[in-house]
Design a protein around this ligand. Structure first.
Ligand SMILES: *Cc1c(COP(=O)(O)O)cnc(C)c1O
Length: 432
């Protein structure tokens, strides 16, 4: 049966046949792709017997640096550690403010509280779901030190506008590149455009090597400070700054952020294949969204064609759902109906951080006031209604199928499932 016939059948949620039989293609969504080459590389580290040696991590750092075009690279145990190293590296200290989106995984913002700094949340753009450059400048104060950006689901931020604001006000820009390995902004790879890029490489990310992270920068001083903060065993070789060299051997942060060597070994193998695998994901996801182009209610979260922006490995691809376009059909009902068709779908997104009690209330270190403002010279906390776009968008996100292989037939069936539900939404309204 072809896709157009599927679309006209009764909805599965109302007793009709399913559009997709998912069981028949388990490899369509499987990630990461692991071959004997990965296994052999990891076993080699095991056999070498010196599990904490640095050579393989240094090799991976060098290879990653070549990929990004960044001279200084530092492997870490996870993305959170890379982000915290980057925050310390750009000079975020007690009482300083960092402007960041509220719509992200917590590690984008939360580690700055450990440095005694404060997160000031900016709103996001409706199209890209990235920090809105137009909502940054009025939040800058004398205490602002840095802007943290996130390339949400691989959609590159408006880096020209952000860098211009940062340069004008003498701020550092950190890119949380955890969603966007290999994404391009006007020809440049994300994570290499700001003052420093920090990223997760944990299992679910598009560049995926277990539990790992990476900090990448052109700025030696940022790299030295990040090294001094959490990499005691690397300090002797790395540090040249006379303010840091007296402390060689003791990490200033009291943390150990060293990367696991098995992940480094896997990283070297994965990186060789990543551009090709990423290109196939891009073809598959583009095919899926092209099939849904022009339909009401579900907008693709992807940059316009010819914008010079690409989504890399398309981490956690999103559709933006508009209930009004389907007569007010709640997102839960939409997702339930698509799921009944056998297609991959789920409600997704992050809770808005600015409203979470860890930012509004928690006194983690016994300062007698919330940790988020413990060293701030003003109360920066932001209540409901303070970030209207963020607060609206968090309830509108649908996780669409994350195809790893470009199989036209399977992709067409998934798209048909979505199309079927959208075209027949009025039947669902009648039963709700
Ligand atoms: C996954 C992720 C992180 C944290 O990385 P870990 O490796 O899990 O510590 C940080 N920021 C964003 C946006 C993420 O998605």
């Amino acid at each position: 049966m072809n896709a157009s016939m599927i679309v006209d059948q009764p909805l599965a949620v109302l007793g009709g046949p399913r559009a997709v039989d998912r069981e028949d293609e388990p490899d369509l969504f499987h990630w990461p792709m692991v071959t004997k080459e990965d296994e052999d590389a990891i076993v080699q580290v095991l056999r070498d017997g010196d599990m904490s040696r640095h050579a393989v991590t240094r090799d991976f750092e060098a290879a990653w640096g070549e990929y990004l075009g960044t001279q200084y690279n530092l492997g870490t145990c996870n993305g959170t550690a890379a982000l915290m190293g980057a925050m310390y590296g750009v000079g975020l200290r007690r009482g300083d403010e960092m402007i960041t989106p509220s719509f992200s995984y917590w590690a984008t913002a939360l580690p700055c509280l450990n440095l005694g700094a404060t997160a000031v949340f900016a709103d996001i753009d409706e199209q890209s779901l990235n920090i809105d450059p137009g909502d940054i400048e009025h939040r800058i104060t004398g205490r602002t030190r840095a802007i943290m950006v996130v390339h949400t689901s691989g959609y590159p931020c408006d880096m020209d506008a952000i860098m211009a604001i940062a340069r004008k006000h003498d701020l550092k820009v950190i890119e949380d590149n955890s969603h966007a390995h290999g994404a391009r902004y006007k020809g440049r790879v994300t994570g290499s455009i700001g003052d420093v890029g920090a990223m997760s490489m944990m299992t679910r990310k598009s560049f995926s090597i277990g539990e790992a992270g990476m900090l990448s920068t052109h700025d030696r001083s940022i790299w030295e400070h990040a090294t001094a903060f959490g990499h005691y065993a690397r300090m002797r070789d790395a540090l040249t700054d006379p303010k840091l060299t007296p402390f060689v051997g003791m990490p200033l942060g009291g943390f150990k952020f060293r990367m696991n060597q098995w992940s480094s070994a896997m990283g070297l193998v994965q990186l060789k294949h990543y551009p090709r695998r990423m290109a196939e994901i891009d073809r598959a996801m583009t095919r899926f969204w092209d099939l849904l182009e022009g339909l009401p209610a579900l907008r693709a979260h992807r940059p316009p064609r010819d914008s010079g922006l690409t989504k890399g490995g398309w981490y956690l691809p999103l559709g933006i759902y508009d209930p009004e376009a389907l007569g007010g059909l709640p997102i839960e009902k939409f997702v339930e109906a698509v799921e009944a068709e056998g297609a991959a779908v789920k409600r997704t997104g992050y809770p808005a951080m600015h409203l979470h009690p860890v930012f509004t209330d928690a006194d983690v270190y016994g300062d007698g006031k919330p940790t988020s403002v413990a060293f701030a010279d003003r109360d920066t906390r932001q209540g409901p209604g303070s970030l209207p776009v963020t607060e609206r968008m968090v309830g509108r996100l649908v996780g669409v199928p994350y195809f790893k292989l470009d199989r036209p037939d399977a992709i067409e069936r998934h798209a048909a499932a979505y199309r079927k539900v959208i075209q027949q939404a009025d039947r669902l309204l009648k039963v709700t």
